[in-house]
Ligand binder design. Sequence first.
Ligand code: NUP
Length: 220
Amino acid sequence: MELNTRLILALDVTIEEEALRLAEMLAPYLDVIKVNYPLVLSTGMQIVEKLSRIRPVLCDFKVADIPNTNRLIVERVSAFGAMGVIVHGFTGPESLKATMRRGLDVFVVAEMTHPGSDFFPRVSEDIVDIGAHLGVTGFIAPATKPERLSLIKRLSKERSKPFTILSPGVGAQGGKVAAAIEAGADALIVGRSLYESEDPEATARDLIEQIQAAESSRPE
Ligand code: NUP
């Protein structure tokens, strides 16, 4: 995954025309467009092909099944031209391994952003361990919990290969850009506070400025 602006749009709208309009408008500011079930279940998987012509698409399908089903799911994701997929790691190494496919970036949810996901600390370190061992592309870690994000970054950094950390939770869920970047996020996943804002382009520019400012003050 190529990172430039370090901004990923979580495109959780349900109308195809709106999705394409937002993607076109925000394309210059985005490294990746992330799609989730609301959009795909409303418009069909063809939206992944259509958006891929605008920016690379990451399918946030949080894949969490038996190995054979996981393999079948990521085959479909690949067939529609996505650059990557988000999967769950609590299903264990065999299921996770089945999601790994040549040419597809695999990001494993290490810990979630929302209130009530407090049981994750008990498993997230094991999930990072399993993912790192298998050589996934990176991890999803919460911008809403900078201290946990920072621990996940540290654990993943202890490995020989560097892992990319993508962090949702900024804006609508209360996470802050500077805290997430300083804690180790390599890119931020932002949805509602970007696409629902009055001027999404101005919001994107502002987010990128904040990301760059925080990055320059981040100790490496
Ligand atoms: O822990 C997670 N939290 C989270 O919000 C893992 C995720 N993949 N997400 C996704 O990021 C969520 O499903 C949504 O698509 C996006 C955040 O959107 P928003 O809260 O910025 O609108």
